[in-house]
Design a protein around this ligand. Structure first.
Ligand SMILES: C[S@@+](CC[C@H](N)C(=O)[O-])C[C@H]1O[C@@H](n2cnc3c(N)ncnc32)[C@H](O)[C@@H]1O
Length: 286
């Protein structure tokens, strides 16, 4: 069978199973199986496909047909300019988190601090920590997660992008209430689990494959935010910034949690699709 015939067979297979964006999935998986880019899949359509490559491709197509997320099958996902290794222990990075990371980098550049100290809570793959370390040459990122498997993946991503010396990984439970050092961080950033528990069952099949630990924000989705905000208010130095990714309907509730913790200049920022998806506040300068 030719490359084009394998592709068409796979698209029909995925379409029958209701897989969203079946053609894109099939093209990415075929390119990965061929060890080439997507352009090669299209350019080599008339050529026969090696049997071994075809079998590998079909095994992945069957997984995708069972609604396994594409990134878990590929084992990687782009995040800004980085190729981030992915595993089933971690959330798959989302585009709105890329926006959060870019806004954090912009704010830190604007602050003029040449060697900012950053805390990331719930680092997962390490995508935000690694991206910030790459974007800000003088920065050190203290990235925490409660999941040992996530921290191991973050370690590999930091190493792959050569920022292992400036991304310190710490196993810590954000609910432990440990007081920690006060007043030293320029930025605390988190994309916490923020989906209300009762909404988890209604998520797309692919999202339900992601770890509940990374998604479940408790009854109203804000358990993690209520833990992070007061602890960040202590950790930040005067003038330092807290940056959170939030659910699209959580803006007002998050703003009141930020203000109740005594943080200043609380604001919500929209993502590229016009949804309230980020919240920022600052510890008032003394
Ligand atoms: C929404 S994911 C974010 C992952 C990554 N930072 C990103 O933006 O793609 C939330 C992360 O918080 C971690 N997490 C969940 N509960 C935690 C806890 N109690 N303490 C620390 N981290 C926790 C999860 O393991 C997961 O990696």
């Amino acid at each position: 069978m030719t490359v084009a015939q394998w592709l068409e067979r796979a698209v029909a297979f995925l379409d029958e199973r209701g897989v969203p964006e079946a053609r894109a999935s099939a093209e990415f998986l075929l390119a990965e199986a061929m060890g080439a880019g997507r352009a090669a899949v299209l350019a080599r359509g008339g050529q026969p496909l090696d049997d071994k490559v075809g079998h590998r491709f079909w095994r992945w197509i069957k997984e995708r047909g069972r609604r396994e997320p594409l990134a878990y099958i590929l084992g990687w996902q782009p995040f800004l300019d980085l190729r981030v290794e992915i595993s089933r222990d971690c959330l798959i990075p989302r585009p709105e988190t890329e926006e959060l990371a870019l806004e954090c980098a912009r704010l830190l550049r604007e602050s003029g601090e040449a060697a900012p100290k950053i805390v990331e809570i719930g680092t997962g793959t390490g995508c935000v920590a690694v991206a910030l370390a790459r974007l800000l040459a003088g920065a050190t990122v203290y990235a925490t997660d409660v999941s040992a498997a996530a921290l191991e993946l973050a370690r590999r991503n930091a190493l792959a992008h050569r920022v292992q010396d400036r991304v310190r990984l710490i196993r810590e439970d954000m609910f432990s209430g440990k007081p920690g050092l006060r007043g030293w961080a320029d930025l605390v950033v988190s994309n916490p689990p923020y989906i209300p528990t009762r909404e988890l069952a209604n998520l797309a099949a692919e999202v339900r494959r992601e770890p509940a630990l990374a998604l479940d924000g408790g009854r109203d989705g804000l358990d993690a935010v209520r833990a992070i905000v007061p602890s960040a208010a202590r950790t930040l130095k005067p003038g330092g910034t807290l940056a959170l990714e939030i659910g699209a309907r959580q803006g007002a509730a998050v703003l009141s949690i930020l203000s109740a913790a005594g943080l200043a200049q609380a604001r919500v920022k929209k993502d590229a699709q016009g949804r309230d998806r980020m919240a920022f506040a600052r510890r008032a300068a003394e």
